[in-house]
Design a protein around this ligand. Structure first.
Ligand code: FE2
Ligand code: FE2
Length: 317
């Protein structure tokens, strides 16, 4: 006899399982389909790449910049999915003898993130052949995961929920709408978004469940850790944007003057901040969830921590 306790949210988990089965895809059969990237086309769409910040660049250079950013964008997902999958395994363990529908939904979540990491590794190896030599992804997924997983589950689930919500926004608001992108690059993020739609729901459910377990002082500490995690993400973006600026300048066949060089570096950091921090903070659902958990004072703490990053990216909005 099944004595496991059914949680009230079981139906939503069951819906995620159904949707996950319906959209499930295979890397080669459905996504890559023997194709290569089209380097005559852009990868990351203009709005996500904040292309307005690179007024010094020729059309060809802008296309290359979109491809450099698109390569880093893909690698960033492979990176964050390492700690997301590890945290989800841990969260799943805490449900192991409870509602088995919840366990199945979360096991599928982790399984999909493992597949996504494999997909992003495949893409990197393809782009390494198709693009000029010298690109470096300077961040180590395991080192980043060590930092992320040293924080409380509430903070990690908060960051994860933020990431998975902006993933959906990026596809629906920008990638889907741009007809000038490499078809393979675009398809990758279409298929990715289809599975991430369920993840965003599950993140919210698990984040709320974790939140309900916390005493006020624990939640207050967790807010500080979420702020620290966003700071760590920003540090990663600073390092990778500097590396990508170096790769770009080494491959455009002309020397940028000091002002152009500064605009490149600032433009890349601003674009990465927009992609990986600000667009998620602007997601309405994310704000609603956060507001449902935090006091006004805690919301203000989060707002104050984000203010310099928001100010930096607001120039082009
Ligand atoms: Fe993913
Ligand atoms: Fe995900």
């Amino acid at each position: 006899m099944d004595t496991a306790v059914r949680s009230p949210a079981s139906t939503r988990y069951a819906q995620c399982i159904e949707a996950s089965k319906k959209v499930r895809w295979d890397i080669d059969r459905d996504v890559i389909r023997g194709r290569q990237f089209d380097y005559a086309k852009k990868f990351l769409p203009d709005r996500l790449a904040q292309m307005g910040g690179f007024g010094f660049a020729t059309p060809e250079e802008k296309r290359f910049l979109s491809q450099v950013q698109g390569r880093t964008y893909s690698n960033m997902f492979g990176l964050v999915e390492r700690f997301i999958a590890a945290k989800m395994l841990e969260v799943t363990r805490s449900h192991a003898l409870g509602d088995q529908v919840v366990v199945e939904a979360l096991v599928r979540f982790t399984d999909e993130e493992l597949k996504h990491q494999e997909l992003f590794r495949r893409l990197e190896s393809m782009m390494a052949v198709g693009m000029p030599a010298g690109y470096r992804f300077v961040l180590d997924p395991d080192e980043v995961a060590d930092v992320a997983l040293s924080k409380s589950t509430w903070a990690v689930l908060g960051l994860t929920c933020h990431i998975e919500l902006f993933t959906l926004d990026h596809y629906r608001q920008s990638i889907d709408k741009d007809a000038e992108l490499s078809e393979l690059w675009k398809d990758v993020f279409l298929f990715h978004m289809r599975e991430e739609s369920q993840h965003a729901v599950l993140d919210e459910l698990e984040w709320l469940r974790e939140d309900a377990r916390l005493a006020p002082a624990q939640r207050d500490a967790a807010v500080g850790e979420l702020i620290e995690l966003v700071g760590a993400v920003d540090g990663m973006l600073q390092a990778q944007s500097a590396a990508d600026a170096g790769y770009f300048t080494a491959n455009i066949g002309r020397k940028l003057d000091a002002a152009q060089e500064a605009a490149l570096r600032d433009g890349l950091l601003r674009a990465y901040r927009w992609q990986f921090i600000v667009s998620g903070v602007r997601n309405e659902r994310f704000t609603q969830i956060l507001e449902s958990m935090l006091t006004q004072a805690q919301m203000q703490r989060v707002g104050a921590a984000l203010a310099p990053i928001l100010a930096h990216t607001s120039a082009l909005q």
